[in-house]
Design a binder for this molecule. Structure first.
Ligand code: AKG
Length: 253
């Protein structure tokens, strides 16, 4: 397991080895690691993928202002997804912008011009020291999710559509209420739990999307609204040449 350092070199992570306590109910020897603190630059995943978290990526004043602008200014949509014969309203509002389209669970977002505020944010994500940072190629699309309260959520899924490439990098910026975010290893069921707070940046890369799923569970706690932006490097569907592995069931309530 290697992590990219600020000098661009790869090194072994040193801080993710927390005690692994067996938990009842997860089955198959699955284990849960809890992270109470972000470790910038270190890999949060014990195997098969990269994920790094910077808690105060945006200063809180800037994050407050950005949240207010996005909540008021974006063109939020209530999407409906198809799961077999069932059509369900997704438990969140969404907006999509960028140079390519994107589809999942029967939802399709066509390409849409960047609002300047999101284009500026995107340009700040092109940093060689971010885990999974793509030698110069930054994000060209963003999916924005608006969670109005604790009952809004995102179900288990991976961002592994062919248009995201064989080793997708996902840059995830969170604003507003702090929420739990879980990873689950597809083969072993092992889980990793983190908290995504106001102004944080989570970067997922390497084989993370192929070997792990992730979700944002509902909570019974009274929590305020939250906006999450997942910036992606998305190829036009016509340009996709790698094998399609995508298995998608995002957002089931
Ligand atoms: O809101 C989040 O933190 C998760 C978003 C997510 O998983 C996605 O958009 O694919």
């Amino acid at each position: 397991m290697m992590v990219r350092s600020s000098s661009g070199q790869y090194r072994a992570p040193v801080r993710w080895q927390l005690p692994a306590a067996p938990r009842a109910g997860l089955g198959g020897g699955a284990r849960r690691h809890r992270y109470t603190r972000a470790v910038s630059g270190a890999n949060l995943l014990p195997v098969d993928g990269l994920a790094s978290l910077e808690e105060a990526w945006l200063p809180s004043g800037e994050a407050d202002e950005l949240m207010a602008r996005l909540v008021d200014g974006l063109d939020w949509q209530q999407e409906h997804a198809r799961f077999g014969a069932k059509v369900v309203a997704l438990p969140r509002l969404t907006a999509w912008y960028g140079d390519a389209g994107y589809g999942y669970s029967g939802v399709y977002h066509p390409p849409r011009p960047w609002p300047p505020v999101l284009d500026q944010l995107r340009s700040r994500l092109v940093r060689p020291d971010l885990v999974g940072g793509p030698g110069g190629r930054g994000p060209n699309t963003v999916l924005v999710n608006y969670y109005r309260g604790g009952q809004d959520s995102m179900g288990w899924h991976s961002d592994d559509e062919a248009v995201l490439g064989p080793a997708p990098t996902i840059w995830s910026v969170s604003l507003g209420a702090t929420r739990r975010f879980l990873f689950r290893h597809r083969a072993s069921g092992q889980r990793v739990e983190i908290s995504l707070s106001h102004g944080s940046l989570l970067v997922m890369g390497g084989q993370c999307q192929h070997c792990w799923q992730h979700c944002l569970p509902k909570t019974a706690q009274p929590v305020g609204p939250r906006v999450n932006l997942t910036f992606r490097s998305t190829a036009p569907a016509a340009d996709v040449t790698w094998p399609v592995t995508g298995r998608r069931a995002r957002g089931a309530p």
